[in-house]
Design a protein around this ligand. Structure first.
Ligand code: GLN
Ligand code: ZN
Length: 772
């Protein structure tokens, strides 16, 4: 065992860093370029300056190898598509005319050409652009961007390690291009792709990169033996190239499982593994293959996607174990720091007590560097860091913020019965029919109405002190009144108040719940130039007072028709926040569910007969591996039922989800036991109705008949045709009529016309159902 030398040489590194800059310079420059206010040269200059300052910051903090190529004008998977020449046919002319404009055309589309599809990057909230491939795809190497960044970093006297999306993950993330058979498997293109990667690797080596990192996060998902064979072949080919840089194959977001023996045996020079949540599984798997001999192990011990201070002693213990399993151990964050905000020190409004529990990108780099130092020189070399870390962890563990006895006692006392409606659906529906008196095919909307400029101005005026709270609320009430009167006039059956008071469906509630923390500068890239500031589930959650009752009862006072109460569900609250790492997710979900249950109960007590609890994120937090899904779905559905389980049979519970592919969670949707579910369905032509039917879904459903992602107004006939299709799967007594999702991103003009058409379509189809 070469423990001593392995430890002595420990290096600190990361795989990527937040791109936007302290003042969100990148966002401003890119958007400015789109609007014609910033020249291409100025945009390139801003980008180069951001890269320089990031790298120098990393180097100054003690990072030995800086990542290059992780920077992107829009998305690193799109960059990979450009690197291998996978430009869709429809974008070729634009790319040929101007590389930068063509790049943005692929990302965002143009008047005439559709962009690449966008989807979630594994189970994070980052979205990438999906490569489009087909049997005729031809790859060509374009290493310009990668080589340029290596050259820039070398010129600054730094040691660059280019980070590329690995070939196997690239193909596994790809989809058949439009017009290509849906069963086309992009992985069949591997042998065509590898020579292109070989060319890029040779260019990078020639440019001066000693190491190149190939990211293969797709290998932490369940993979078939064909896929594992592809990984084996890919790294056998790349690993045996003559004259190549050293190769580090990186995995993150979970355990490698069956792919670990494959990569451990591959002729590459290093492996990066995630030792955060999947530490035990990866340690066992490493031990099972007899450790990594002759390879560099990069240990991702600092969680790169949460915002909590690392437990340095625990990480050192893991690193110590790893010294027995590899010839050379380096220290890293578990994944790119793209997924966390830049710097916790920018948060001036956070209680300093809590601030030391937090670790954003900058703090994580310091943790990685300290751990590498501790590993190389012994813990004496980092006494100060260990002492401060121990104190921060102790203060978090014992703080009244993280330990609210009342919240804990209540969560512990939850029984099965609390998470169950008192009567089964078939009895509830009778009570609800009687109470609500709705027609067949009742019409409704998903909740939000257009967020107008006036509303944004009102919010800005309030923030700037130009109006007071009373003035602001006056404007909100006026908006609600307008939304109500429009819905009555249009003839909708179940109305909404329109959500004008909400800035965001998670933040609005987070701001009112005790135990949640908001940040001022905690921006994280969602996609392209869109950044979000997820709130932080910092402590035990409770609801000091009602959050929505006022607005819902005001809206209800304006009409005789039922107005839906509108809440964001517990699973979505977790999914779009930073979650606690000091207790199981299910425990946090249960606390949030109990707080929301109070709101549901208060709405009911105030006379609300229909309450919608949105869970658009239920599917997106589905664990990457099938083996982990049942446990997730168990706590997730329990949290929803706990939120809604306290109401009387005659109170109708709705839920909403905005995706069309939900085959793998249809049982979970059933387990929510909501009386009504609205789903996105327009683009898939009501496919969900058939899927619900074949599952035997017993309750009511509203597959959407208006695609709200497009400004297009559906005609009455189109909506009616979709309803008729819906009726093939769902009987008329259980079919609702609604748009795909909320209307907050739409304008009033198309909202008016579309909802009129939707109501007319419902009437048309109702008339067809009535026996003449
Ligand atoms: N009620 C929310 C709205 O209508 C739901 C949004 C969502 O599903 N993402 O805006
Ligand atoms: Zn939606």
């Amino acid at each position: 065992m070469t423990t001593k030398s392995a430890a002595a040489a420990a290096r600190a590194t990361v795989y990527g860093y937040p791109r936007q800059g302290r003042g969100r310079e990148l966002k401003k420059a890119v958007e400015g370029y789109w609007k014609g206010r910033v020249s291409a040269a100025a945009l390139h200059a801003t980008a180069a300056e951001l890269r320089r300052s990031n790298w120098q910051e990393l180097a100054a903090a003690g990072v030995d190898e800086v990542p290059t190529g992780d920077f992107s004008y829009y998305d690193h998977v799109l960059d990979a598509s450009v690197m291998v020449g996978a430009v869709p046919e429809r974008h070729r002319a634009a790319v040929a005319a101007d590389a930068l404009d063509g790049y943005f055309a692929m990302a965002r589309g143009t008047q005439d050409v559709a962009p690449l599809e966008m989807t979630k990057w594994f189970d994070t909230n980052y979205h990438y652009l999906v490569p489009e491939l087909g049997p005729d795809s031809v790859f060509t190497a374009d290493s310009t961007k990668q080589v340029a960044e290596v050259t820039e970093a070398l010129a600054l006297g730094l040691t660059p390690r280019p980070v590329l999306v690995g070939p196997v993950t690239y193909l596994l993330l790809a989809k058949p291009a439009p017009g290509v058979a849906a069963d086309f498997d992009p992985l069949t293109l591997l042998d065509r792709l590898l020579p292109v990667y070989a060319e890029v690797l040779a260019d990078l080596r020639a440019a001066g990169a000693a190491w190149v990192q190939l990211d293969e996060p797709a290998l932490v998902q369940d993979r078939t033996s064909a896929e594992l064979n592809a990984a084996d072949r890919a790294y056998r080919v790349l690993g045996t190239l003559a004259d190549r840089p050293k190769l580090l194959v990186a995995s993150y977001f979970g355990r490698l499982g069956a792919a670990l023996p494959t990569l451990a045996a591959a002729p590459v020079d290093g492996l990066a593994l995630d030792f955060t949540e999947s530490a035990a599984a990866n340690l066992d798997a490493l031990a099972a293959v007899g450790g990594l001999t002759g390879k560099r192990l990069v240990a991702g011990v600092v969680n790169g996607r949460n915002i909590w201070a690392n437990d340095l002693e625990k990480s050192l213990a893991t690193l110590g174990t790893l010294l027995g399993l590899a010839d050379h151990v380096d220290v890293a964050a578990s994944c790119s720091l793209l997924h966390v905000p830049l710097d916790a020190a920018l948060e001036r409004d956070v209680d300093p007590q809590i601030l030391r529990w937090l670790s954003f990108a900058r703090q994580k780099v310091a943790e990685v560097v300290a751990l590498a130092k501790g590993l190389a020189l012994g813990t004496d070399a980092i006494t100060a860091e260990l002492t401060a870390n121990r104190a921060a962890l102790a203060s978090r563990a014992t703080s009244p913020i993280t330990r609210d006895p009342a919240v804990r006692a209540r969560a512990e006392a939850v029984t099965d019965a609390d998470a169950r409606r008192s009567r089964p659906y078939r009895e509830r529906t009778v009570a609800q029919r009687e109470r609500l008196g709705l027609p067949l095919l009742p019409t409704t909307t998903i909740g939000s109405f257009p967020q107008t400029d006036e509303l944004r101005v009102a919010r800005a005026d309030l923030r700037a002190g130009r109006i007071d709270t009373a003035g602001y609320e006056e404007r909100i009430r006026a908006e609600i009144a307008e939304v109500l009167s429009f819905q009555e006039k249009t003839g909708l059956d179940v109305l909404v108040h329109g959500e004008p008071e909400r800035n965001d469906m998670v933040q609005y509630f987070a701001e009112q719940l005790t135990g949640y923390l908001a940040t001022q500068h905690g921006w994280v890239q969602s996609y392209g130039t869109r950044y979000v500031r997820p709130p932080i589930l910092a402590g035990d959650i409770s609801r000091p007072e009602p959050m929505t009752v006022r607005w819902t009862t005001y809206a209800q006072s304006l009409t005789d028709r039922p107005v839906k109460g509108m809440l964001t569900g517990p699973v979505t609250m977790l999914a779009w926040s930073f979650v606690r790492d000091d207790q199981p997710l299910g425990d946090t979900a249960r606390q949030v569910a109990l707080a929301l249950r109070d709101e549901v109960d208060d709405l009911e007590a105030a006379g609300t007969s229909v309450i919608q609890v949105d869970e658009p994120a239920l599917r997106e937090t589905l664990p990457l591996r099938a083996a982990d899904r049942p446990a997730y779905l168990a706590w997730a559905t329990e949290a929803f039922r706990l939120t809604t389980g306290g109401v009387a049979p005659g109170t109708q519970i709705h839920t909403h989800m905005c995706y069309a592919e939900f085959g793998d969670i249809v049982q979970a949707i059933d387990d929510l036991d909501a009386d009504v579910i609205s789903l996105e369905a327009t683009r898939s032509h009501m496919q969900v109705a058939g899927e619900l039917a074949s599952h035997g879904y017993p309750r009511e459903a509203g597959p959407g008949v208006w695609d709200i992602h497009s400004p297009r107004v559906p005609s009455v006939e189109e909506a009616a045709a979709l309803l008729r299709t819906g009726l093939e799967g769902i009987p008329a007594e259980r079919l609702w009529v609604n748009p795909d999702c909320g209307l907050k991103t739409r304008g009033w003009a198309e909202t008016r016309a579309s909802l009129e058409h939707l109501v007319a379509a419902a009437r048309t189809v109702r008339a067809e159902l009535r026996p003449s």
